[in-house]
Design a protein around this ligand. Structure first.
Ligand code: AMP
Length: 226
């Protein structure tokens, strides 16, 4: 499909290539390109991009109370406490523009965050459709982070963020796999090629929705997964 033939959805206008709502999580280590991919997919699908890192950086820049609470954690490459993150995301997801779906970039990052998100969505009769997990080699992650030169991208902080990822966030892969939501994406190579991989994987998942739902209903092990 050509870029020029895509258009962002406006009111009453369904995103091209998508039917109904789509709620996607972009998952992966720092530097894996989640933000870049979220940006492209949201522009294409006409969906809001919920990037928790960006929300926090904005809050820190304007000196809001949220920014003051988060600042030290972000500067050190540590995770901001779950309670604060969950409040931020639930507030954002409650806004009207998220009704037709959204792309989450950088959330959830802990099992507790994933569980709270699941309950929050379930209470509204919603659920996550798919988790696209970007796989990128460690050397490439470090190179990408060093290139972008953000304040929290000094060498020591980059190393800490990768460690925090392995310890606290990577276990989520198993959580999502159990819920049959995980789509593994090769995150190496050109950004456009990676976007295409995500696009077609998400289209596949959505095409399979009905049969997946039937399999889940007949399998009692999947009861806890929405
Ligand atoms: P990112 O832009 O996604 O790399 O996030 C930048 C920083 O914001 C991280 O290193 C964390 O300090 C913080 N952060 C972003 N999202 C979360 C989250 N879901 N949970 C905890 N901390 C987060």
């Amino acid at each position: 499909m050509k870029g020029s033939s895509r258009k962002a959805a406006s009111e009453g206008d369904e995103p091209e290539g998508l039917k109904g709502t789509v709620r996607i999580i972009l998952f992966g280590p720092p530097g894996s390109g989640k933000g870049t991919q979220a940006e492209s997919l949201c522009a294409e699908w006409g969906l809001p991009k919920i990037s928790t890192g960006e929300i926090l950086r904005d809050a820190i820049r304007i000196g809001s109370p949220t920014g003051a609470q988060a600042r030290d954690f972000v500067d050190r490459g540590e995770l901001v406490p779950d309670g604060l993150m969950t409040r931020i995301v639930e507030e954002r997801l409650s806004q009207k523009d998220c009704a037709a779906g959204f792309v989450l970039d950088g959330f959830p990052r802990t099992i507790a965050q994933a569980e709270t998100l699941e309950v929050f969505l379930r209470d509204r009769g919603d659920r996550i459709d798919a988790v696209a997990s970007l796989r990128v080699e460690e050397e490439e992650l470090v190179r990408r982070m060093a290139d972008r030169g953000r304040d929290d991208d000094s060498e020591a902080v980059i190393r800490n963020r990768l460690e925090v990822y392995r310890r606290e966030t990577e276990p989520l892969v198993l959580y999502f796999r159990e819920c049959e939501k995980l789509i593994e994406i090769d995150g190496m190579g050109r950004a456009e090629d990676i976007t295409e991989r995500i696009r077609s994987a998400v289209a596949d998942v959505r095409g399979m929705d009905a049969s997946v739902a039937r399999a889940k209903i007949s399998d009692p092990r999947n009861e806890q997964c929405e």
